[in-house]
Design a protein around this ligand. Structure first.
Ligand code: G6P
Length: 610
């Protein structure tokens, strides 16, 4: 989704800004722009629709100089994908603004500003920020004061950076509902919506909190809280390892990230589980006491993370003996729900910034949940800061918009949570041993599973010309079928639906013909015989099936069924293992179709608006 980079320095910052935007490309966007100020106050603004490279080409062909600058990648919300709607937006060539989020009362502001004589040149909500700050500047005072007065007039979400051509040695930034991080340099300072953008120039960061406004010059950073009081915010040294330019020899980030899964899952388990079970305190101080009181778990998430939560529900109820509900964040936040006694709210998110999940967490606090835990991949993110407990998935930076390694580490984390809660709610010794031993075998099992790539590449050929597909699974493989369908939709644009296979005869059987491939996930578990009956129902209606099956499950290929053997694995980790072939299938189908695998159309990595 939208990305922000800004800098205040002595040198020309244009390359830093463009490199920052490139590092944010993975989040998804449709246009990009930059505004630069020279010490004389001369303003240069360049904007382009399309890729950051097109902006970089435009910058290279002109004289783009500036020691203070702001840049942005836009993911359209208000107003189409056009150059005039791309950020930065300006007011009277004096105030320049980049903005993530949505100013919900923009229409009322626009009307009032128009009445004051301001002319709007875009269809965006963001332009109201530029004119509001400009109008405040006319009352006298500093840019900081003007921004502090302006933000009181905004409803909605914003992470915004503002420059004044008449005061070219500072930027003022404000955060409410949309993250911003200040990067500290030597004699120069930076701002971005995501620390990834700034890793080439600094590793020292201040994460702004809700309602913060900050003034940034080359040598100083002053942060003010929601009441306008000066505050000290902690400086955090980032240890993120990531070179956004490095695909490690793979053709796409997604393929690299699929192949990283054995390693990142190993990292996720390290120093957390040994042969005897979970190590103490891995969920942080206070967790044991909270877990000992848990009677119900409410999971909230979006997208792929939601599928991880759905899988966890099967595990928490089956092994940990604790009741569990799961809901999509955008639904939970807008309905009245009943809070169970001693209920633990668990949010799950790779980014830690998803607007709906964050809003759901805030609502849950008002509703009186006993405590909150987030399972997250980004240390210091909003969900981590606002939850009582946090557990890092340690997947490393995920660049491909379609989530892969973040998902399998989320599942790994949920198995550890199952053990941690189960300890207090009656997990059997046998189940505990079986989960621990399965977790130990998991990294090697994932490595083995990746060796079936060749068979899947061949299979992808048969898919690429199809328009629809059906994914089937049962039990804890039903969410994996849903995740497989989501992956195929996201990157190959083939319509894919997932069903719990017991539901087949209640509707989807009507769709079966030779043009509708049916993908089945079939580990050798207690539901295998039931699943085989569902497969026969499809076969009897002329369906063509592709079955990912345990080699002991005794499926054999024939003219209506192609069987791809998946290495045998223990039951608790089967959902994680079976995810990999489905990821590979989507990847190779997308490759044949020639879609933009890492940045699929219309999608964003981190959805920071509702
Ligand atoms: C977007 C991403 C998905 C992700 C979802 C939830 O739609 O493209 O990959 O699963 O947001 O994001 P989160 O960061 O909360 O896991």
């Amino acid at each position: 989704m939208c990305g922000i980079v800004g800098a205040v320095a002595e040198r020309n910052v244009v390359e830093i800004l463009l490199e920052g935007l490139k590092r944010l490309e993975y989040r998804g966007y449709d246009s990009a722009g930059v505004a630069l100020l020279q010490p004389s106050g001369e303003l240069t603004r360049i904007r382009r629709t399309g890729k950051v490279q097109e902006l970089a080409d435009a910058v290279a062909s002109g004289e783009a100089l500036g020691s203070t600058g702001i840049a942005h990648t836009r993911w359209a919300t208000h107003g189409g994908v056009t150059e005039k709607n791309a950020h930065p937006h300006c007011s009277s060539d004096r105030i320049s603004v980049v903005h993530n989020g949505i100013i919900e009362n923009y229409l009322a502001l626009r009307e009032a500003l128009t009445a004051q004589g301001y002319t709007f040149t875009s269809d965006t909500d963001t332009e109201t920020i530029a004119h509001t700050v400009h109008a405040e500047m006319q009352k006298g005072g500093t840019l900081l004061q003007a921004v502090q007065n302006s933000v009181k007039q905004f409803h909605g979400a914003y992470g915004t950076v503002i420059m004044d051509s008449e005061d070219p040695e500072r930027v003022v930034v404000a955060r409410s509902g949309s993250p911003l991080v200040i990067g500290l340099g030597l004699g120069e300072n930076f701002i971005a919506s995501d620390q990834m953008a700034l890793l080439p120039v600094t590793r020292r960061f201040i994460f702004l909190e809700e309602g913060d406004v900050a003034e940034i010059t080359r040598r100083e950073v002053h942060v003010y809280d929601v009441n306008g009081e000066p505050v000290e915010r902690e400086v955090i040294e980032s240890n993120i390892e990531h070179d956004a330019g490095d695909k490690g020899g793979y053709r796409h980030y997604m393929l690299k990230e699929i192949h990283e899964q054995p390693t990142v899952v190993r990292n996720a388990l390290q120093h957390r589980v040994d042969e005897s079970g979970l190590l103490p305190d891995i969920f942080g101080p206070g967790a044991e006491e909270i877990f000992s009181k848990v009677k119900h778990v409410q999971i909230i998430a979006c997208g792929t993370s939601y599928h991880a939560g759905m899988t966890a529900r099967y595990w928490l109820e089956q092994y940990a003996n604790v009741s569990c509900s799961i809901e999509i964040a955008s639904e939970f936040r807008y309905r009245k729900s009943v809070v169970h006694e001693n209920s633990l709210l668990v949010t799950i998110s790779q980014s830690g910034e998803t607007a709906d999940t964050l809003a759901a967490l805030r609502l849950a606090k008002e509703l009186g949940y006993m405590s909150s835990l987030t399972i997250c991949n980004v240390p210091g993110s909003s969900l981590v800061r606002e939850s009582d407990l946090s557990f890092m998935t340690r997947a490393g930076a995920e660049i491909g918009v379609a989530s892969t390694k973040a998902f399998t580490t989320q599942l790994t984390a949920f198995l550890m949570l199952t053990l941690a809660i189960g300890k207090h709610s009656g997990i059997t010794e046998q189940d505990q041993q079986s989960i621990v031993s399965a977790l130990h075998s998991l990294p090697a099992k994932l490595e083995e599973t990746l060796t079936i790539t060749k068979g899947i590449e061949d299979l992808a050929e048969e898919f690429a010309d199809k328009n629809h597909s059906l994914f089937l699974g049962r039990g804890d493989q039903y969410p994996i079928a849903m995740e497989g369908a989501l992956k195929l939709k996201e990157i190959s644009y083939i319509h894919a639906e997932a069903y719990a296979s017991g539901e087949l005869k209640h509707g989807p059987l009507a769709l079966i013909d030779e043009e509708m491939p049916v993908i089945v996930v079939a580990p050798n578990n207690e539901l295998l015989e039931k699943l085989k009956s569902n497969v026969e129902e499809v076969r009897a209606r002329g369906g063509i099936m592709y079955v990912f099956a345990d080699k002991n499950a005794k499926f054999s290929s024939d003219e209506t069924m192609r069987v791809i053997n998946v290495p045998h694995c223990e039951a608790p980790i089967a959902p994680i293992v079976y995810t990999l072939p489905l990821q590979l299938l989507s990847y190779y189908v997308a490759l044949i179709k020639g879609t933009d695998v890492d940045q699929p159309r219309n999608l964003a990595k981190s959805v920071t608006v509702e």
